[in-house]
Design a protein around this ligand. Structure first.
Ligand SMILES: Nc1ncnc2c1ncn2[C@@H]1O[C@H](COP(=O)(O)OP(=O)(O)OP(=O)(O)O)[C@@H](O)[C@H]1O
Ligand SMILES: [Mg+2]
Length: 255
């Protein structure tokens, strides 16, 4: 059988990971005279690697994350009081298997969204079904949708292994329908033991005010916090630091 014929069969069998590296593996085997089983093992590993990377790429697209932040590019010296240990604990993703939540609350620009996205991205790499949502924007979209669309939207927030609700209450008061959506998400995910990460720069004591309903706020917080890591982000805004360095770098205007 020729190489071309073998490649055609591999593609028919949907083994493109093996097909792509076939010529290299054949050359390698001929030049190193390695045992047949070693070559076969390497080829099978190529196929597995290809499938894993395709799956995590698909997971990344499905997640609707707009970037791939990591904890490695986070400057922990900038706000030394951040709960670094707890962030890495989340990044290890054990909380997803335990169906636990994380609440990341604190001052603007301190990196809450960065950390939440880094954890979500890590989960896509581990092939979890993840959904990232900018809470206010998406909740407003929900409030305007018709009944059938609302049911569909809710399903997309309940089904994933991990849901990130980022920047909750950025616009303070939310629409009544959005408050009900938040309640439905939290209740259903709690029942199914599916993890949720919420970031907000609003302290929990004020949630009743933003939801416009104290009972609703306490039922939501009760379920959210039952199995949850609570991360407080105290410190100064990294956005202001970046803005300050941009101003310092910009050329002085000629008089
Ligand atoms: N310690 C840090 N090291 C590196 N980059 C940081 C750090 N803190 C924040 N950033 C960056 O600063 C920007 C703002 O951070 P982020 O959006 O995560 O803040 P936030 O706490 O979510 O703020 P907000 O409450 O306004 O939503 C992002 O681009 C983020 O990557
Ligand atoms: Mg944020």
């Amino acid at each position: 059988m020729t190489m071309i014929e073998i490649e055609r069969i591999l593609r028919e069998l949907r083994l493109s990971g093996i097909a792509d590296t076939l010529s290299t593996r054949v050359m390698q085997a001929q030049s190193t005279q390695e045992p047949f089983l070693d070559t076969l093992g390497a080829m099978l590993q190529d196929e597995i690697d290809r499938r894993r990377s395709r799956l995590s790429e698909r997971r990344f697209k499905q997640s609707k994350l707009d970037e791939r932040p990591s904890l490695a590019d986070f400057d922990w010296r900038f706000n030394p009081k951040l709960p670094r240990q707890a962030c890495f604990e989340l990044h290890a993703l054990k909380f997803i298997t335990e169906g636990a939540n994380a609440l990341i609350i604190g001052k603007p620009g301190t990196g809450k969204s960065h950390v939440a996205k880094a954890v979500a991205y890590q989960a896509t790499l581990q092939s979890y079904d993840v959904r990232y949502v900018e809470a206010d924007t998406e909740f407003a979209r929900y409030a305007l949708a018709n009944h059938a669309e609302q049911a569909k939207i809710l399903r997309t927030y309940v089904e994933p292994d991990l849901l990130v609700l980022d920047d909750l209450f950025l616009a303070r008061r939310i629409h009544e329908a959005s408050a009900e959506l938040l309640q439905a998400i939290v209740h259903q995910r709690y029942k199914l033991r599916r993890s949720l990460i919420v970031t907000s720069n609003r302290v929990l004591q004020d949630w009743a005010k933003y939801l416009g309903d104290a009972t609703m706020a306490s039922t939501i917080l009760d379920r959210l916090m039952h199995r949850a890591a609570m991360l407080e982000f105290e410190g100064k805004s990294y956005r202001l630091k970046e803005a300050a360095s941009r101003i310092a770098l910009s050329p002085v205007a000629a008089p």
